[in-house]
Design a protein around this ligand. Structure first.
Ligand code: NAD
Ligand code: WQD
Length: 343
């Protein structure tokens, strides 16, 4: 029988790409999203690409009544839980919103799942839970560290909550997926990242500079102990990330308890390398100036992804230039993001 997956936050950047992967793999998908940081247009684009559609419910994961109604009317087999707020700077200014959405929201979701006896959950965690490790690459057995902001702490809290839950009841099968730095877009140019206002993350910012929407990039620090002095990260193509979710979902259908997997490439690139690679893909200059370090940033962060390869049979397939050219195609075809009229 076809499995039906509830995807919370499915209209967002990573969720929408994952839904495409799920539909292509033959799953049925129900989306719950309050659209606070996304547009339903992303789901129409999914349908345009694969000819199949997900069932959309506009609503909030903190709404217990809605969740109970959803679980009692839909036969849900597993939940992919993307819903949450993710802007690090905003989390410092509005911590309560972050703990409410990310922690209370996850708690309410788990309560409703337990009540409906749905025990399979894939959670969107983040490499931020490692804090500032002393060496690279980061493997899953590294201790979790001290995240430098409420966003990061909210992710760590949910991880702890989920571990306690699985410990209390062996029926739970939970995947904690620690993403490194997701970038890129679907190769069709129809789906991609559509940040609200000024982008917080490097790639969307670089892309808007290249197209002329923003005048120049501020490079946050060139005095890190890295080869060129700028910060190093493990950037992962969003389509590879989506495929990692499919593999994790399949794995937890026959693995109980909590399993943690890093989803990264295993290779780090500096900010200056990213700028050069984007200039090459876009054939546009990306003017930048070096400014002070951004508070809370670490020098370097990249994954040891071998556990996911061994246990999930998953590894990334898309390289840096592909991440850049897919981002650029999305940017060119959708200068207003999902508000751009479809062609
Ligand atoms: P996104 O903002 O594009 O997607 C999140 C979605 O959740 C949005 O569609 C938003 O409308 C929805 N949402 C937020 N609060 C909700 C609520 N209370 N009820 C229902 N829907 C709600 O973000 P994304 O980049 O796709 O990230 C998805 C998940 O992955 C998030 O949990 C994020 O913290 C995590 N993550 C993201 C990154 C990254 O760099 N993008 C890295 C690590 C982890
Ligand atoms: C990458 C590099 C910056 C912007 C954040 C969250 C993390 C996860 C992913 C959600 C760093 C530099 C950036 C700019 C710059 N998010 N930079 N100028 O900080 O690694 O991770 O997003 O879960 O939790 O912390 O990603 O894209 O912001 O930065 O120089 O305008 O680019 O200093 O070295 P980060 P990022």
């Amino acid at each position: 029988m076809t499995e039906r997956i509830l995807v919370t936050g499915g209209a967002g950047y990573i969720g929408s790409h994952t839904i495409l992967t799920l539909l292509n793999a033959g799953y049925e998908v129900v989306v719950l999203d309050n659209l606070c940081n996304s547009s339903q247009e992303s789901l129409l684009r999914v349908e345009q690409i694969c000819g199949k559609s997900a069932w959309f419910i506009q609503g909030d994961i903190r709404d217990r009544e809605l969740l109970d109604d959803l679980f009692s009317t839909q036969q849900i087999d597993s939940v992919l839980h993307f819903a949450g707020l993710k802007a690090v700077g905003e989390s410092v200014k509005q911590p309560l919103d972050y703990y409410d959405n990310n922690v209370s929201g996850s708690l309410t979701l788990c309560q409703a799942m337990a009540c409906a006896e749905v025990f399979r959950l894939v959670f969107s965690s983040s490499a931020t839970v490692y804090g500032e490790p002393t060496h690279m690459p980061i493997s899953e057995d590294f201790p979790t560290g001290v995240p430098t902001n409420p966003y990061g702490r909210s992710k760590l809290m949910v991880e702890e909550l989920l571990k306690d839950l699985a410990h209390s009841d062996p029926r739970w099968s939970i995947a904690l997926l620690r993403y490194f730095n997701p970038i890129g877009a679907h190769p069709s140019g129809l789906m991609g990242e559509d940040p609200n206002g000024l982008p917080n993350n490097l790639l969307p910012y670089v892309s808007q500079v290249a197209i002329g929407k923003l005048p120049q990039l501020a490079v946050f620090g060139a005095d890190y102990p890295t080869p060129d002095g700028t910060g190093i990260r493990d950037y992962i193509h969003v389509v590879d990330l989506a495929e990692g979710h499919l593999k994790a979902l399949q794995a937890i259908s026959h693995k109980n308890g909590v399993n943690t997997w890093n989803l990264g490439t295993g290779t780090g690139y500096s900010v200056l390398e990213m700028i050069r690679a984007f200039e090459k893909a876009s054939e546009k200059p990306v003017p930048f100036k070096i400014v002070d370090r951004r508070l809370g940033d670490i020098a370097e962060c990249w994954a040891d992804p071998s556990k996911a390869e061994l246990e999930l049979g998953w590894k990334t397939e898309r390289g840096l230039q592909e991440m850049m050219s897919d981002t650029w195609r999305w940017q060119l075809l959708n200068p207003q993001g999902y508000a751009t009229k479809r062609y």
